[in-house]
Write a protein that binds this ligand. Structure first.
Ligand SMILES: *Cc1c(COP(=O)(O)O)cnc(C)c1O
Length: 365
C-alpha cells in the first residue's frame, strides 16, 4: 500500500494544526492529577457553559434518535430576532471553523490569493492551502491588523480577505470606523470575511451590518464556543446577504450541526444574565492579569478578548515549565511570536494560580 503516492500534492505539504492539549492528556503524559490542572490555552470560557444551554441540551438529548433539523430553523429565527436581520441571512456551522472551510469550498481554487493578517487565526491559512490557494500574509503593526497594508496587498487574483477583530492571538481590535472604511474600499471581486469570534466580550462591539444593507461582498463569523461556553458542541454561524448564504449552503453537508448544539445555542442566546456575567468577569480578569504581569515586569499586549499575550522570553521553555506545574497555556512559536505566551482569562483563582506559577518560574527557572 502506498497511500502517500496517491494523495493530492497539497496534502503532503499541508501544515498540521496543533490544538491545546486536553487536561486528561497532559495529566497522563506528565503523571499529574487532572484535578490540579488548569487549562488556559484555548480561550475557552472559564465560567463553564450557559446553564440555560445545558438544560436545553439535556432535553434535546432525549430525542437523540432523530436527525437534526438540517436547516437549523429555530436557531436562525432566534438569531434573526437577536441580531435584527432575516433568518435567511444566517448559516450555521459545525463551529465557525466549518464556515471558514465552506468559504474555501465555494471560493478558493488553485492559485487564488487569500489575504490575511499575520499572526492571525491559523485556520484561514490552513484552509487556503488545502484548496490550493496562496496565503498572502500581511504583518500586524503594533500587534493590530494594518488595514491599509491589507488593502494594498489585494490583487486581481485575490478572492478572499480575512480580518480577525478582536484578533487571535493578539487580542487587539480594529475600530468600527476602520473596519467599515476598509470594507468600503474593497474591489467587487473580493469577499471580505470579518471574524468576530470574540466580539461579545467588547461592551460596544463594532456593528458591520450596514455593509450588508449596502450590498457589499461581506460575511461575518461568530461562534458559540467562547462567551456562550459551548466549545465542545461545535456550533458557530455566519451572517451575510441572503444570496451569499444560499450559495454557501450548497457546499455544506445536510446535517452539519447536531440537534444538541442547536438547542443549546438557542437557549444560550436567551441567557443574557450569563453572558453579561461572563463579559464583566472577563474584564475584571483582564485587569487582574495585566496588574499581575506589570508586577512581574512582563510586557503584555492590552486585549479586548478573553485572552492576552505576554512576553516571557523563551516561550517554549516557560510553556513547558508551567505545564509541568499543571498550568496549560499556549506557546506562540507557531504564530512566529516565540517569546510570547497566549493565556486565556480564567476565574480569579485560576488567574492567581497562573501569576503565582510565573513568579515561581522567575525565581527558579
Ligand atoms: C475560537 C475561534 C473561532 C471559533 O471557532 P469554532 O469553530 O466556532 O469553535 C473562530 N475564529 C477565531 C479567531 C477563534 O479564535
Amino acid at each position: 500500500m502506498n497511500f502517500q503516492a496517491l494523495v493530492k500534492p497539497a496534502v503532503l505539504t499541508q501544515p498540521v494544526y496543533e490544538p491545546g492539549k486536553p487536561i486528561e492528556t497532559v495529566a497522563r503524559e506528565l503523571g499529574l492529577d487532572p484535578a490540579g490542572i488548569i487549562k488556559l490555552a484555548s480561550n475557552e470560557n472559564a465560567f463553564g457553559p450557559s446553564p440555560r444551554a445545558v438544560a436545553a441540551a439535556n432535553l434535546a438529548l432525549g430525542e437523540g434518535e432523530l436527525y437534526p433539523d438540517g436547516g437549523c430553523f429555530a436557531l436562525r429565527e432566534k438569531l434573526a430576532q437577536v441580531r435584527g436581520l432575516a433568518p435567511d441571512q444566517f448559516i450555521i456551522g459545525n463551529g465557525s471553523n466549518e464556515i471558514i472551510e465552506l468559504l474555501g469550498h465555494a471560493l478558493i481554487g488553485a492559485g487564488d490569493e487569500v489575504v490575511m493578517g499575520s499572526p492571525a487565526f491559523v485556520v484561514y491559512k490552513l484552509v487556503t492551502l488545502v484548496f490550493g490557494g496562496k496565503a498572502v500574509e500581511v504583518p500586524l503593526v503594533n500587534h493590530r491588523h494594518d488595514l491599509p497594508a491589507i488593502r494594498a496587498a489585494i490583487t486581481p487574483r485575490t478572492k478572499l480577505v480575512y480580518v480577525c477583530s478582536p484578533n487571535n492571538p493578539t487580542g487587539t481590535a480594529n475600530t468600527e470606523e476602520e473596519l467599515l472604511t476598509f470594507a468600503r474600499s474593497l474591489p467587487e471581486h473580493v469577499v471580505a470575511v470579518f471574524d468576530e469570534a470574540y466580539a461579545e466580550y467588547i461592551p460596544q462591539a463594532p456593528d458591520l451590518r450596514p455593509l450588508l444593507r449596502e450590498g457589499r461582498n461581506v460575511i461575518c463569523l461568530r461562534t458559540f464556543s467562547k462567551i456562550y461556553g459551548l466549545a465542545s458542541l461545535r456550533i458557530g454561524y455566519g451572517y451575510a446577504a441572503a444570496e451569499t448564504i444560499a450559495l454557501l449552503n450548497r457546499v455544506r453537508q445536510p446535517f452539519n450541526v447536531n440537534a444538541i448544539a442547536q438547542a443549546a445555542a438557542v437557549a444560550a442566546l436567551d441567557d443574557i444574565e450569563f453572558t453579561t456575567r461572563c463579559r464583566d468577569a472577563n474584564l475584571a480578569g483582564l485587569r487582574q492579569l495585566e496588574a499581575g504581569f506589570r508586577k512581574l515586569g512582563l510586557e503584555y499586549v492590552p486585549s479586548v478578548a478573553n485572552f492576552l499575550v505576554v512576553r516571557v522570553g523563551d516561550g517554549a521553555r516557560v510553556f513547558d515549565a508551567l505545564q509541568r506545574r499543571g498550568v496549560i497555556v499556549r506557546p506562540l512559536k507557531p504564530y512566529a511570536m516565540p517569546e510570547w505566551l497566549r493565556v486565556t482569562v480564567g476565574t480569579p483563582q485560576q488567574n492567581d494560580r497562573l501569576l503565582a506559577e510565573l513568579a515561581r518560574y522567575r525565581d527558579n527557572p
